[in-house]
Design a protein around this ligand. Structure first.
Ligand code: 8YV
Length: 315
């Protein structure tokens, strides 16, 4: 007789083809749309050893306690801030994420957003569709060449973004916890100093409590009326009301945002601003990358149940 399939609780609907493959390999228990969580957990408490979640849906201590046989939590995403890592550690639960496979896509989007807000691509599109071109011309944008990009968080995605910006003739500056002398870019220990010196401030840093509201009204004031903010990291890293106020008053020149403090809710005031580019958190949203992320989730689960080392363990 074939081995019985392992039971896995899936917290949120991930990339559909990966979910289908997970369905073939495991007995999945879908948590989304469940009204009565206690009733859902009760029959699973004695048999579920794995939870699949995402950086947004997360997993808290209550979930771990409701499924006390849990040995592993896989995160579909590189950011795992919504998973209570301390609670997982205390219960000796392993946590995995999906780094590397999404780096290029997120960096591509960061550059795409930078070009869009600088050269007014979305704005030009709206202008043409609304018949504006028949009446006049679009206001000019800002050139990239020779401008300074301030990367906040020079990790995998920050490096990939810097490389792309260099190809456009831009100068790279960065802020992070520590200097990386080998990169040859100018390091700023102070975020306000970086904001003051750069034209485009690009956020590629991790989320979580340590970076909450790192981009304050003062940082935005330092970026200045010609400066532009690009965020492909987490909405939590920016004081969002301060950002709205800075855009309203002209304290900064524009913003291009893929992430927000309370997704999928976007501050209503941003909707009418022509110098703001808005995206629905799609940094990693290509078929190839979402498939690779799903495959990492699957491979980590298979490794775990086979007693093999995990591929991308974070805790
Ligand atoms: C999301 C992301 O995880 O990897 C991350 O940290 O923000 C994204 O890739 C993705 O939307 C799946 O939830």
């Amino acid at each position: 007789m074939a081995d019985a399939k392992h039971d896995v609780v899936i917290v949120t609907p991930i990339y559909a083809p990966s979910l289908q493959r997970l369905d073939e390999l495991f007995t999945l228990h879908r948590l989304w749309d469940v009204k009565d969580r206690a009733a859902f957990y009760a029959p699973l408490a004695s048999k579920v050893r794995a939870i699949g979640s995402s950086g947004h849906a997360g997993a808290d201590a209550a979930m771990m306690d409701a499924l006390p046989k849990t040995e592993i939590i896989t995160c579909f995403g590189v950011g795992y801030y919504a998973i209570d890592i301390a609670a997982a550690k205390a219960r000796r639960i392993a946590v995995t994420n999906t780094p590397d496979v999404l780096t290029d896509d997120v960096a591509d989007l960061a550059l795409g957003l930078l070009i869009d807000v600088a050269r007014r691509i979305s704005r030009g599109d709206r202008f043409v569709r609304a018949g504006g071109w028949l009446k006049g011309s679009l206001e000019f944008g800002t050139a990239l060449k020779g401008k300074k990009v301030g990367i906040v968080g020079l990790g995998r995605i920050g490096h990939a973004t810097a490389k792309r910006a260099e190809a456009f003739g831009m100068e790279i500056l960065y802020h992070g916890r520590r200097p990386q002398p080998e990169v040859g870019y100018r390091y700023y220990p102070d975020l306000i100093g970086l904001a003051r010196d750069c034209d485009f401030l690009v956020l590629t840093l991790p989320g979580g409590p340590e970076t909450r509201n790192l981009v304050t009204a003062d940082v935005l004031a330092a970026l200045g009326p010609q400066g532009m903010l690009i965020n492909v990291a987490r909405g939590s890293t920016v004081d969002e009301p301060a950002l709205v106020a800075a855009l309203k008053s002209g304290a900064i020149g524009g913003a291009a945002l893929d992430v927000f403090a309370d997704e999928p809710r976007v501050p209503a005031e941003l909707m009418g601003m022509d110098n703001v580019v808005l995206q629905p958190h799609v940094g990693s949203a290509t078929h190839g990358t979402r498939g690779a992320m799903g495959q990492l989730v699957i491979d980590n689960l298979l490794a775990h149940f086979a007693g093999k080392p995990l591929l991308t363990r974070v805790a």
